[in-house]
Design a protein around this ligand. Structure first.
Ligand code: SF4
Length: 196
């Protein structure tokens, strides 16, 4: 859901005769600070932004690994990478408690159905990271057993390249996902109009 960017103090719900007067331009205060500065200086925000901020600080991943990439994914909870600083160290064993599906590894055709089922059981909003060359495009496994990209069965928000991606690369993907969500970019299933 893309929301309108506030341009005036009155857009934040602040009311005064001057602010609400239809023909009055921006006040000197608004002009000098600028809208971004007003938001920071006064500590005001919109409900949508506050909710999005909270969601990025509790984006719990599903406990799910498919192949070699999963080993790199597991290490992000270690002290070295410390995903707990984003409130994301709680890998959930039930998709119903998870917000993020990290597809880490090659997807065999026989795994396509279980993955789609896990994705369908996750509550909205939900996000998907395709981790590594195999999950993104089939990688080196251009054969009849491997799905040539997990985006053929579920909508993907972020692709993390390499074989295998280092944990730093996955962290980069997670941070980019947070940035996109904070900026108001809807999840991939909404953008692509995919039935969930
Ligand atoms: S991208 Fe490389 S490390 Fe990851 S699952 Fe494929 S072969 Fe394994």
């Amino acid at each position: 859901m893309a929301d309108e960017k506030p341009t005036r103090l009155r857009d934040y719900g602040l009311q005064s005769e001057r602010l609400l007067w239809p023909t009055k331009g921006p006040s000197r205060f608004e002009e000098e600070l600028g809208v971004e500065e007003i938001e920071r200086a006064l500590g005001i925000t919109t409900l949508e932004k506050a909710v999005r901020w909270a969601q990025t600080k509790s984006m719990w991943p599903d406990t799910f690994g498919l192949a070699c990439c999963a080993i790199e994914m597991m290490s992000i909870v270690s002290a070295r990478y410390d995903i707990a600083r984003f409130g994301m160290e709680a890998f959930r064993s039930s998709p119903r408690q998870a917000d993020l599906l990290i597809v880490s590894g090659r997807v065999a055709h026989k795994m396509a159905e279980p993955i789609r089922q896990i994705y369908d059981q996750m509550l909205e909003p939900k996000w998907v990271i395709a981790m590594g060359a195999c999950a993104s495009s089939g990688g080196m496994f251009n054969n009849y057993t491997i799905l040539q990209g997990v985006d053929r069965i579920i909508p993907v928000d972020i692709y993390v390249p390499f074989c295998p991606p280092r944990p730093e690369a996955l962290m980069e993907g997670i941070i980019r996902l947070h940035e996109a969500h904070l900026a108001g970019v809807p999840p991939a299933y909404e953008r692509n109009g995919v039935a969930t």
